[in-house]
Design a protein around this ligand. Sequence first.
Ligand code: MTE
Ligand code: MO
Length: 333
Amino acid sequence: MKFRSNIKENNVTDEKIFINRRRILKGLGLFTASSVASGIAISRAQSWFEQQPKMPSNLHAPTSLKFFNSTIYSPNLELTPENKVTGYNNFYEFGWDKADPARLSQNFKSDPWKVEIDGEINQAMTLDLDDIFNKFDLEERIYRFRCVEAWSMVIPWIGFPLSALLKMVDPTNNAKYVAFQTLYDPEQFPNQGKKFSGNFSFPYIEGLRIDEAMHPLTFVAVGLYGNKLLPQNGAPIRLVVPWKYGFKSIKSIVNIRLTENEPPTTWNISAPNEYGFYANVNPNVSHPRWSQASERIIGSEGLFGAKRQDTLLFNGYPEVAELYKNMNLHKYY
Ligand SMILES: Nc1nc2c(c(=O)[nH]1)N[C@H]1C(S)=C(S)[C@@H](COP(=O)(O)O)O[C@H]1N2
Ligand SMILES: [Mo]
């Protein structure tokens, strides 16, 4: 696959972003950034090639779920094609490339599974697979999804509000944050067994402030497009926080811990000046190495590249603005 790798090392706008992000992980030398603007025409054509399907047929048979359609969260948005949602992924435990998660997760075992909920709560709880799928009324919600790498999708998730779960465990008055952790299992996640320079490490961890976690938009997904999640999308259970950059939406969760202090998060530890704890989608706050003012629409690829659209404050969910009303969003990025 020489051709593909040639394309990838070229100055493709979004690929460059990705390569730069990956550079942090691998601790490679400096990537000399040439002007993004001058690369646009050529990058569009190249990213079209880059987007061509290269999917293995998935060994995981689709398992359909019973759910009701959200009345509030069913906006009239064009959905990202399912094969993009399940074929263009970030899941670094499997690999750095967008096609790695689908390719390398074919034998991933999400059954049996346990999610432990502990910390500042009165009702410690462990959910097994049956609980995950049957304890909550499953609902389909159509959410915008914006990656920090300046691409976006629209995804029909199936799941339940995180608040429903948190109410069950009865947080104490000391519970100010919620910390999440992905499964650690180097046998299943090829990248977890590798050593990285820099501060990038597994297990992947994320966190929210308690009021963010309790916000009605904050969602726990167990499926998408009518079926249970495939491993590449974070089976069997992952977070979806639609007004934040995608990296907050942690996959394949095994632990949820209510804490008094702000928990550390994987990307913030790895590059604190680039990835903050809050990570709210904000077109006015650039990433240090690229603008966040617009985004590439995954699934819109044509001969001359993908369409772009303006990025919206809080990814188009203005109802969360009150959570941050006294905060400087440039400081708390
Ligand atoms: N455990 C874990 N969760 C993760 C990631 C990851 O690498 N590992 N990547 C994040 C990033 S950067 C994005 S954009 C989304 C991608 O979700 P999707 O592949 O289902 O679209 O997952 C997020 N959750
Ligand atoms: Mo992302």
